[in-house]
Design a protein around this ligand. Structure first.
Ligand code: CTP
Length: 482
């Protein structure tokens, strides 16, 4: 991302803050003789040319009282958060938050800061990063001037995440900032300052006092970035990943037995994740990429005469998904089931592509993947991480064949979200049965016969087949085919 040097001059900044709300804020400041500044993410995003709807205003004085004055002018409600000393109002599609300039200090035995009124610079100093500590004056004498005591503009130019204070203090005060540093570095493709990386390494254990939900929010933002591997590399190298998501950290490493090494599954997974990000913005499909090989460390074996194997890692991996989602406080709903399904099926199209592609194998895959067949194919394509051009070509060609075959079979048999033509109810009525083992047996047999291609996917063929099967089980029909 390029910063825009043009935006550095006052005229251009004034243009950026030309929305009517800024005039109202500036007028109120003048009338009440109060000094105010726009600060934080909104200012940073002007330089990064990212749209932003949240405006933070720092008030030298009482932030809540000032917000109420603005609210009266706009005839709009002001939400007051007394405990935090902040107030918020909405104007058009903008959210404006007011806070009094603060000077904070933390005691070692408590995360609760001692808050006192402070100067603008005190307030800037206690913010997380220099690029988030930039302020623009809304005061008559110097309206539009940027106040940048910690060289945030230079860090924007140099694409650097740096803390205004000693990073050990910044991260120890609020350990979520370690995740935020990595998240901003990933979203903006910035580097994290060396001292800040060292501070994360030394303060990483403090992440334990941050709620799981807030950690996962940051993690999801990393995953939704253009190239999430940037963030996961930082998480791994600083030791944070081991603490927040140990199953993923375990993917790292290569074992060598008798001169044979397997690939490093951590870097393979990151490559698959980056690959899939080129084809989808879907958070859950990206999660499926992260988790597709998650059970490789626990299923890893060295087999004599064969080499490294990871038998059953897809099945074991799918069974690990609920526990991982629960541990990370991710939703335990259909999104999780989708991820589980993809982890379970992720090898199937590859296996299909390697063998002679039979109709029955394609039908089975369509039946099991249902609606999610396209997502599964995207995951499989992303899973090809070999550097060998010949192999890449071969895989991709085979996938095209599988895709074509899927299309043909689907058009012919319409198996997506398919239900066999004879239901459990039909079976019970035909043989005068109540729910039980025989009904299940017949239902399965009919489904298998259709998927195998032994009979057509039609009511009549299925009915005839069912009668034959029932005879083998000693069942007699009490109702004819109607
Ligand atoms: N801030 C901070 N420490 C935090 C969170 C926020 O110092 N743990 C400060 C930063 O100055 C930040 C501002 O509060 O710019 C607003 O925070 P927030 O709205 O959470 O983030 P943004 O920086 O606006 O970025 P984003 O909206 O992408 O989260």
């Amino acid at each position: 991302m390029q910063t825009n040097p043009q935006a550095h001059d006052t005229k251009s900044l004034l243009q950026k803050i030309s929305a009517p709300i800024f005039k109202i804020l500036a007028d109120t400041a003048q009338q009440t003789n109060t000094e105010i500044y726009v600060i934080g993410g909104f200012v940073r995003d002007i330089y990064l040319e990212r749209p932003s709807k949240d405006i933070d205003v720092v008030v030298l004085g009482n932030g809540i009282a000032f917000a109420e004055k603005v609210g009266q002018k706009l005839k709009t409600n002001v939400a007051v958060f007394k405990n935090f000393g902040t107030a918020m109002l909405k104007h058009a599609d903008l959210e404006v938050e007011f806070v009094g300039a603060r000077k904070e200090s933390y005691r070692a035995d408590s995360r609760k800061p001692i808050v006192e009124n402070g100067t603008l610079e005190d307030d800037q100093l206690r913010r997380d990063f220099t690029i988030n500590a930039l302020a623009i004056s809304l005061n008559k004498d110097n309206c539009g001037d940027v106040v940048d005591p910690f060289n945030g503009l230079e860090d924007l130019e140099n694409k650097l995440i740096r803390t205004p204070l000693d990073p050990v203090v910044t991260f120890s005060d609020d350990p979520l900032r370690m995740m935020r540093a990595i998240r901003f570095a990933t979203q903006l493709d910035f580097k994290i300052d060396e001292a800040a990386i060292e501070a994360i390494k030394s303060q990483k254990e403090r992440i334990k006092i941050v709620s799981k939900e807030r950690i996962s929010d940051e993690l999801n933002k990393i995953i939704l970035a253009k190239k999430p591997s940037i963030g996961f590399n930082y998480l791994f190298d600083t030791g944070l990943l081991e603490l927040i998501f140990p199953q993923m950290a375990k993917l790292y490493g290569v074992d060598i037995v008798k001169g044979r090494a397997h690939k490093d599954n951590f870097y393979h997974t990151l490559q698959v994740l980056d690959n899939i990000c080129e084809t989808t913005d879907d958070l859950w499909l990206r999660w499926a990429a992260i988790l597709h090989d998650i059970a490789k460390p626990v299923t890893k074996r060295f087999e004599e005469g064969h080499g490294w194997t990871f038998h059953g890692h897809e099945d074991k991996g799918a069974r690990m998904v609920p526990q991982i989602f629960s541990q990370l406080k991710l939703p335990l709903n259909e999104k999780m089931k989708f991820v589980q399904k993809l982890v379970l099926l992720h090898l199937r199209p590859i296996v299909l592509a390697q063998d002679k592609i039979t109709d029955s194998a394609v039908r089975r895959l369509l039946f099991e993947a249902g609606e999610d067949i396209e997502a599964l194919m995207l995951l499989c394509n992303a899973d090809v991480t070999t550097k060998n051009e010949y192999k890449i070509k071969k895989y991709r060609n085979n996938f095209e064949l599988v895709k074509q075959k899927l299309k043909d079979v689907e058009e012919r048999d319409q198996l997506r979200n398919w239900q066999p033509p004879i239901s459990g109810n039909d079976i019970m009525q035909t043989f005068g049965l109540t729910a039980g083992k025989e009904v299940g047996l017949l239902k399965n047999a009919i489904r298998e016969a259709i998927l195998e291609g032994d009979i057509q996917n039609s009511y009549d063929e299925a009915f005839g087949f069912m009668l034959k099967k029932a005879e083998e089980l000693g069942l007699k029909a009490v109702k004819q085919n109607d």
